[in-house]
Design a protein around this ligand. Structure first.
Ligand SMILES: Cc1ncc(COP(=O)(O)O)c(C=O)c1O
Length: 392
């Protein structure tokens, strides 16, 4: 390797020294509560398969049916010849589920954020974004070339201060996750909608971790907070509760038509394969009809979180199925995770830059389908391993 490439080895070495080097685990089983990873059968406490749908036989059957009817690939962008009829049915289904005029499906949550934000704002506009927003939101803002202002996490005073300072921008867009992916805490949506009205801003919410889980019909946290109407752009993913991949944006018909014409991550990419879209149609039906899944999930998660707190763990402000265990140093978090793996618990270490420096953590995620006795055993193992390491 010539000198031009010497940075690769140097930077990789630096990552290793700081315990920030990342590697893949190899999964050798179907998705579920128990998975085989690198040859070991382990209790899975770190997937986003919250409702247990990723391996659901009905969804698999729907995906197989779709591949038989429509083939393997979409063959082109949806705007060329990749928009087979399952797509129209999925968009109608998701708009019906969310109670909006229209919906647009993207290939992933990452692609949705990257497509939506730069389509709506550009130079001369400002995006006011929660400091803990997901990387896909941050990347989308950078790509949009709009001014990027970050308010303190869930802090309404900080948001209002920035809104006051941003009077002269052409458009103001507030963006927040509703359930925060690494902390499991909730955005104060009602108050945010009041501020957006007061200062004439648009509001986009990312419901990646709330869609299918929060709200009386599972629409998300905007529904639970009673502010669905006040949200201008509602984005969610099919990659978490729905057990598949892809994402949706819901809103007015004119918003969806605009995005269909302006979102580069929708226009310049091949559509999702029919198997995925067919499977998602069934997943949306199940999420709508099997409300017990979200109720059970939130009950199980609350009980587990309370017990973790009683055992002395710091679970931050979590209020849902995402339960962080704050450790601090990347090295100690990795060691905690490694020892848990020896105990047959899979909980990956979350380190910077995914979370702020010195807040490395284990991110536990509960599934609706986890057995209570497995969670009890996990609690015991977590507790004695943490005690040995001096974490609690
Ligand atoms: C808040 C948030 N938005 C967007 C995404 C991206 O979604 P996807 O995995 O479907 O690309 C994620 C996924 O981790 C997320 O947590």
């Amino acid at each position: 390797m010539g000198d031009c490439w010497s940075f690769l080895g140097k930077e990789l070495q630096e990552l290793k020294e700081k315990r920030l080097f990342r590697e893949f685990n190899t999964v050798q089983s179907p998705p579920g509560e128990w998975v085989t990873v690198n040859g070991n059968k382990v209790l899975n406490l770190c997937s986003n398969n919250y409702l247990g749908l990723a391996g659901d036989p009905r969804i698999k059957e729907a995906a197989i049916k779709a591949i038989k009817e429509y083939g393997f690939g979409a063959t082109a962008s949806r705007l060329v010849v990749g928009n087979y009829e399952l797509y129209d049915r999925l968009e109608k289904a998701i708009a019906g589920f969310k109670g909006t005029e229209a919906a647009l499906v993207f290939n992933s949550g990452y692609a949705a954020n990257l497509g939506v934000i730069p389509a709506l704002v550009g130079r001369g506009d400002v995006v006011i974004s929660d400091k803990y927003n997901h990387a896909s939101i941050i990347d989308a803002i950078v790509l949009s070339r709009a001014e990027h202002r970050r308010y303190k996490h869930r802090d309404l005073d900080s948001l209002e201060k920035i809104l006051k300072e941003c009077g002269s921008y052409r458009r103001k867009l507030i963006v927040t996750e509703t359930v925060f992916s690494m902390d499991g805490d909730l955005a104060p949506l009602r108050e945010i909608t009041e501020l957006k009205e007061k200062y004439g801003a648009l509001l986009m919410v990312d419901e990646a971790h709330a869609g299918g889980i929060f709200g009386s019909s599972g629409r998300g946290l905007a529904e639970a907070a009673g502010v669905s109407e006040a949200v201008d752009i509602n984005m969610g993913t099919f990659s978490k509760a729905f057990g598949g991949c892809g994402a949706y944006v819901t809103g007015s018909r004119s918003l969806i038509e605009y995005l269909r014409n302006k979102s580069r991550s929708l226009i310049y990419t091949t559509g999702l394969p029919p198997a995925v879209v067919g499977g998602l149609l069934e997943a949306v039906r199940i999420v709508r009809e099997e409300g017990w899944r979200r109720d059970t999930l939130l009950e199980k998660a609350a009980a587990f979180r309370i017990k973790l707190g009683q055992a002395g763990f710091n679970t931050l402000e979590s209020q849902c199925q995402i339960i962080p265990i704050l450790v601090g140093s990347a090295q100690q978090t990795l060691e905690f995770s490694r020892r848990l793996l020896e105990e047959k618990l899979l909980i990956t270490a979350i380190r910077p830059p995914t979370v702020p420096v010195n807040t490395a953590r284990l991110r536990i995620t509960v599934m609706a389908t986890h057995k209570n006795e497995d969670l009890e055993t996990a609690l015991e193992k977590l507790t004695y391993t943490a005690q040995k390491l001096g974490i609690i």
